[in-house]
Structure formats: structure tokens, C-alpha cells
Design a binder for this molecule. Structure first.
Ligand code: HEC
Ligand code: HEC
Ligand code: HEC
Ligand code: HEC
Ligand code: HEC
Ligand code: HEC
Length: 403
């Protein structure tokens, strides 16, 4: 027993050295729950919750206890391969989840272990990466406030849209009535001569010409814009069913919105991740999903009708707004997740862009992107200006929006 101790000691020391060098060599990779894991989990979020209601796939809380790491790495990288190899757990899961295939994830072992640590930690990055976490109560309070504000905002927006739609409809009627009055008055002036006082004709003609001119001007500036445009799409694809009911993240389908100029419309292949298995819907039965399957089998893409469309001379970049400015999709697109058919709710006019640029503050001091704006930094420091809005950093510059 006594002789064993030094030996154990030595083993311990060797073990420590191995561990230590391993740690040194691994650099960042082996650190658990890094922000990279949070980023990688974005993809999973479309189908998995860690905590909370079950989505398309199983709840991932406790998954690291119910499965071995080795199994998880294989399954997450390519679940179909594991299922096809006849692995009993995988096969049973697959059956249990209506044979919905989980898409493969080209991640390294380290990245998957990192993801698993992140899942084990309840979907939080490790303490050294996180800012001081607010208490649950604070989070709940803030969320309640945000929900309330959003609900109010949406309510107002819906009311405004209704009002403006009515106004547009009234425009048409006013135009026709005024035109008829003008014709009648002219006819009376030249032919029937029922009204004797000439000034009545003059006033009526002046007023109706003014109204008609005004309406024509408004219509002309609306030309090419398509606010409230809501075309019927070739497949009845409902954002309400996918984004709201099934909680699929916008980024799962519009995956280039954070990196690129445009948001992108998903290919049929992506739909087939789920519709390979989900072959009928509660509302349209098999009719609409059959069109998706047909597009898949024939290789002919679904011809979605484009709704939001700026003129060619305007440059607009999603990443700038979603990634840099951290704007919510709803600020520009309204509550898409409530729509069965997408409608354009803003006019996308130059005035609309500029109005937001003038009122929206940018994260000026904390963003190294803006270090070059020395003059603004000085004015901010001396109190000459209180905040920096998007127009001050180029959002008012013709060349930034026009080619
Ligand atoms: C398109 C939906 C979808 C996406 C995206 C997805 N999964 Fe899955 N996942 C499933 C389904 C469905 C199952 C159930 C097994 C099956 O049907 O293949 C599953 C099963 C699992 C399991 C096994 C759970 C258990 O109880 O054993 C793990 C672990 C898992 N997924 C992790 C992930 C991770 C990590 C990601 C992201 C990198 C991810 N999934 C992305 C749909 C998805
Ligand atoms: C399951 C995939 C999927 C998800 C999730 C999804 N979308 Fe879409 N989205 C589509 C498809 C397909 C279209 C094209 C058909 C249409 O207009 O309905 C589209 C169209 C749009 C359009 C109109 C594009 C145009 O032509 O101008 C907007 C805006 C949009 N989505 C925003 C969102 C937002 C915001 C979310 C999250 C709340 C979201 N989408 C979630 C698949 C998806
Ligand atoms: C992550 C999984 C997933 C993806 C991706 C997905 N769907 Fe779905 N889809 C569903 C689910 C779940 C339902 C709901 C079935 C039901 O009604 O119970 C559904 C329903 C539907 C329906 C029928 C709606 C009804 O109730 O009648 C259509 C049509 C449809 N999807 C089209 C699409 C198209 C087109 C795409 C690709 C742009 C797509 N889906 C992508 C999961 C998905
Ligand atoms: C600052 C306003 C703004 C924000 C925020 C915004 N969009 Fe857009 N979106 C637009 C404009 C403007 C267009 C038309 C672009 C064009 O015609 O070049 C557009 C077009 C689209 C389209 C049509 C096709 C395409 O690839 O451009 C989709 C889909 C879309 N947006 C989805 C989203 C999603 C999802 C989000 C949130 C992650 C989002 N948008 C956030 C303003 C915005
Ligand atoms: C809901 C608010 C909002 C709307 C609407 C909006 N923007 Fe912006 N935009 C911003 C913010 C905030 C920034 C500053 C982002 C940053 O931090 O750089 C910005 C930045 C920009 C920039 C970059 C300016 C620079 O310094 O390089 C361009 C270009 C731009 N927007 C174009 C447009 C166009 C074109 C439209 C209309 C079709 C539009 N934006 C609508 C909020 C908006
Ligand atoms: C924030 C982005 C933005 C900036 C900055 C901007 N524009 Fe525009 N501009 C637009 C958009 C969007 C349209 C398309 C409007 C529409 O369809 O009604 C447009 C349209 C126009 C048109 C076509 C006429 C019209 O009203 O449709 C002219 C001319 C124009 N802009 C000139 C300018 C000039 C000159 C400047 C600099 C003083 C400028 N723009 C700055 C976004 C911008």
C-alpha cells in the first residue's frame, strides 16, 4: 500500500501534464459552450427546443444523459446514416417522430461537443462569455413589456392599413364622381344651359379640375410601388402555420438574410426536409403539398411571385439592417408570422427609408465600424449632440442607396 502511493502520484503527475499540454494545444476549440455553439444552434432551433414545448424534433433537455457522446456525434452529423445502419435507438426515434428526417450537419467533433455542452448548460454560453445574466424575473418583465408593446404596435398597424385601404378605395369613387360632375357642368355650359349664373360653372370646373389633378398626382407617385400587394402564390404556403404554429425560425428558410444583400427564398429541397414525410396539412389536405412533391420529383422549381421589389436604381442590403442594425424583420415586413399569404405592408418609398434613418439610433460608441467618424465622436462627447442616428453615418447619402 505504502509503495503504491508514489506510483499513483507519478501517474497523477503524468496525467496532469498530458491534460495540460492537451489544453494548451487545443486552443479555443475544446472550450465548452462558446458563442460559436450558440450560432450553430440557430439551425437546430427550427426543430428543437432545449426547454419548453416540443417542436418538430424531441426536446433536447437531458439528451446528453440519455445518449452517449459517441452516439450523439454520429447522429447529429448524419442521422440518416445511423438510422440506415440499423441502430435500434435511432430507428425507434425515427419512427416515433413520424419518420421526419433530421438534416445532416457538417460539423467537426469539437463543434458538436461544444454544441452538446451548450445544450447541457440549458442553452446558455459559458459564464466567461456571457454578460452578467439578468434574473428570470427581469427577463420575464422585459419580455412582458416587449410583448405588450408589440401587440399594441401590431394593432395600430392593422388599423392604419385598414384606414389607408379604405382611403384608397374612396379615392377611386371620388375620382369618378368628380369626373362626372365636370362633364355635366361642361355639358350644361355649352349645350343645355340650365344653370343661368356663369360663376357656378367656373367654381365647379375649378374645384373638380383641382381634385382630379390632385388624385392623378397621387396615383402617379404610387405608380411602381405596391403597398398592400398580396398576390396568390403557386403553392398555398402559410407563414402562420410554419413560422408561428411550428415555430420554424425565419432564418431556417431565409438563410442569407444575415450575411447577404437579399434574404433568399428557400428551394424545394429545403421544404422536402420535412415534406418528405409530412404529406398532408390540416387546411389544404394533400393538394398543396403534392405540388411541392411534384416540384421535387420533376426538378422544376416552384415559381414564387416576388412581392417586395425595389426599383433597379436602389441598393438595399439585408445584412446591413438585420445583422449590423439589429432590426427585427417585422419593422419592415409587419407580422409575417401571422399571415397565411404574405402582404407588403409598407410602400418602400424613399421617404419611408429616410424617415427610419432619421429616427433610428445606431450603436455608435460600442461599434468599431464607426471609429472613423471622429467629428461625431467629439460632438457626442462635448454634448453638442445627444445621439447618432443612421442618417448621420451615411443613411442620408444619395450614393449609398442609388447606383
Ligand atoms: C428539420 C428539423 C430538424 C433540425 C433542423 C434538427 N433536428 Fe435534430 N431531430 C429532428 C427529428 C425529427 C428528430 C427525431 C429523430 C428523427 O426523426 O430522425 C431529431 C433528433 C435529434 C436528436 C436525438 C434526440 C434524442 O432524444 O435522442 C438530437 C440529439 C438532435 N436531433 C440534435 C440536433 C442538433 C444538435 C441540431 C442542429 C445542429 C438538430 N438536431 C437539427 C429534427 C431536426
Ligand atoms: C418554412 C420556410 C419559411 C419560413 C420559416 C419563413 N419563410 Fe418567409 N417565405 C418562405 C417562402 C417559400 C416564401 C415565398 C412565398 C410567399 O411569398 O409566401 C416566403 C416569402 C417571404 C416574404 C416575402 C418575399 C417577397 O417576395 O417579397 C417575406 C417578407 C418573408 N417571407 C418573411 C419571413 C419572416 C419575417 C419569417 C419569420 C417570421 C419567415 N419569412 C419565415 C418560406 C419561409
Ligand atoms: C421544418 C419542417 C418544415 C419545412 C422546412 C416546411 N414545412 Fe410545410 N409544413 C410543416 C408542418 C409541420 C406542416 C403542418 C401540417 C399540419 O397541418 O398539421 C406543414 C404544412 C404545409 C402545407 C399545408 C398547410 C395546410 O395546413 O394545409 C403546405 C402547403 C406546406 N407546408 C408547404 C411548404 C413549403 C412550400 C415549404 C418550403 C418552402 C415547406 N412547407 C417547408 C413542416 C415544414
Ligand atoms: C430595414 C427594412 C428591412 C428589414 C429589417 C428586413 N427586410 Fe426583408 N426586405 C426589405 C426590402 C426593402 C426588400 C425588397 C428588396 C429589394 O427589392 O431589393 C425586402 C425583401 C425581402 C424578401 C424578398 C426576397 C429577397 O431575397 O430579398 C424576403 C424573403 C425578406 N425581405 C425577408 C426578410 C426577413 C426574414 C427579415 C428578418 C430576418 C427581413 N426581411 C428584414 C426590407 C427589410
Ligand atoms: C426600420 C428602420 C429602417 C428602414 C425602414 C430602412 N433602414 Fe436603412 N438603415 C437603418 C439603420 C438603423 C441603419 C444603420 C445601420 C448601421 O448601424 O450601420 C441603416 C443603414 C442603411 C444603409 C447604410 C448606410 C451606410 O452608412 O453605409 C443603407 C444604404 C440603407 N440603410 C438603405 C436603406 C434603404 C434603401 C431603405 C429603404 C428601402 C432603408 N435603408 C430602410 C434603418 C432602416
Ligand atoms: C435611404 C435610402 C435613400 C437615400 C439616402 C436616397 N434615396 Fe432616392 N430613392 C430611394 C428609394 C427606395 C427610391 C424608390 C422610391 C419609390 O419607388 O417610390 C428612391 C427613388 C429616387 C428617385 C426616383 C423618383 C421617385 O421618387 O421614385 C430619385 C430621382 C431619387 N431617389 C433621388 C435621390 C437623391 C437625389 C438622393 C440624395 C439627396 C436620394 N435619392 C437619396 C432611396 C434613397
Amino acid at each position: 500500500m505504502i509503495r503504491l502511493l508514489p506510483l499513483l502520484n507519478r501517474i497523477n503527475r503524468v496525467g496532469l501534464i498530458v491534460l495540460f499540454t492537451g489544453f494548451l494545444m487545443s486552443g479555443n476549440q475544446a472550450q465548452a459552450q462558446t458563442p460559436e455553439a450558440e450560432k450553430n444552434f440557430q439551425v437546430c432551433k427550427a426543430c428543437h427546443n432545449i426547454d419548453g414545448p416540443k417542436l418538430i424534433g424531441p426536446n433536447l433537455a437531458g439528451v446528453t444523459e440519455r445518449r452517449t457522446t459517441e452516439w450523439l456525434i454520429k447522429f447529429i452529423r448524419n442521422s440518416q446514416e445511423v438510422i440506415q445502419s440499423g441502430d435500434p435507438i435511432a430507428v425507434q426515434l425515427f419512427e416515433e417522430y413520424n419518420r421526419i428526417p433530421m438534416p445532416p450537419n457538417p460539423l467537426s467533433d469539437e463543434q458538436i461537443m461544444d454544441l452538446l455542452a451548450y445544450i447541457k448548460n440549458g442553452g446558455k454560453v459559458a459564464a466567461e462569455f456571457a454578460q452578467a445574466a439578468p434574473t428570470d424575473e427581469q427577463v420575464a418583465q422585459k419580455q412582458a413589456l416587449i410583448d405588450e408593446m408589440q401587440a399594441k404596435h401590431l394593432e395600430n398597424e392593422a388599423r392604419l392599413i385598414e384606414l389607408e385601404r379604405d382611403a384608397n378605395r374612396n379615392f377611386g369613387t371620388t375620382f369618378i364622381i368628380t369626373l362626372i360632375i365636370l362633364i355635366v357642368v361642361l355639358f350644361d355650359l355649352l349645350v343645355t344651359k340650365v344653370i343661368k349664373a356663369r360663376f357656378v360653372h367656373s367654381i365647379l370646373i375649378l374645384v373638380s379640375v383641382f381634385i382630379i389633378g390632385e388624385i392623378l398626382y397621387k396615383e402617379a407617385t404610387m405608380l411602381g410601388r405596391q403597398q398592400y400587394y398580396q398576390p396568390e402564390q403557386p403553392v398555398w404556403f402559410s407563414h402562420r402555420i410554419h413560422a408561428e404554429q411550428n415555430k420554424i425560425d425565419c432564418l431556417y428558410c431565409h438563410s442569407s438574410v444575415e450575411k447577404g444583400k437579399s434574404a433568399g427564398i428557400p428551394s424545394t429541397q429545403l421544404c422536402m426536409n420535412c415534406h418528405n414525410v409530412v404529406r398532408s396539412g390540416k387546411i389544404t389536405g394533400t393538394v398543396e403539398i403534392a405540388k411541392v412533391i411534384e416540384s421535387w420529383e420533376t426538378g422544376k422549381p416552384i415559381e414564387w411571385i416576388r412581392i417586395h421589389n425595389l426599383p433597379d436604381h436602389v441598393y438595399f442590403n439585408h445584412a446591413q439592417h438585420v445583422q449590423v442594425a439589429k432590426l427585427d424583420c417585422a419593422e419592415c415586413h409587419g407580422a409575417v408570422e401571422k399571415m397565411d399569404e404574405v402582404m407588403q405592408v409598407h410602400d418602400l418609398s424613399m421617404g419611408w427609408c429616410l424617415e427610419c434613418h432619421r429616427k433610428t439610433e445606431v450603436q455608435f460608441t460600442s461599434n468599431s465600424f464607426y471609429e472613423t467618424y471622429e467629428k461625431l465622436h467629439e460632438q457626442l462627447k462635448s454634448g453638442q449632440i445627444k445621439k447618432v442616428t443612421a442618417d448621420m453615418v451615411g443613411g442620408d447619402n444619395c450614393m449609398k442607396c442609388h447606383y
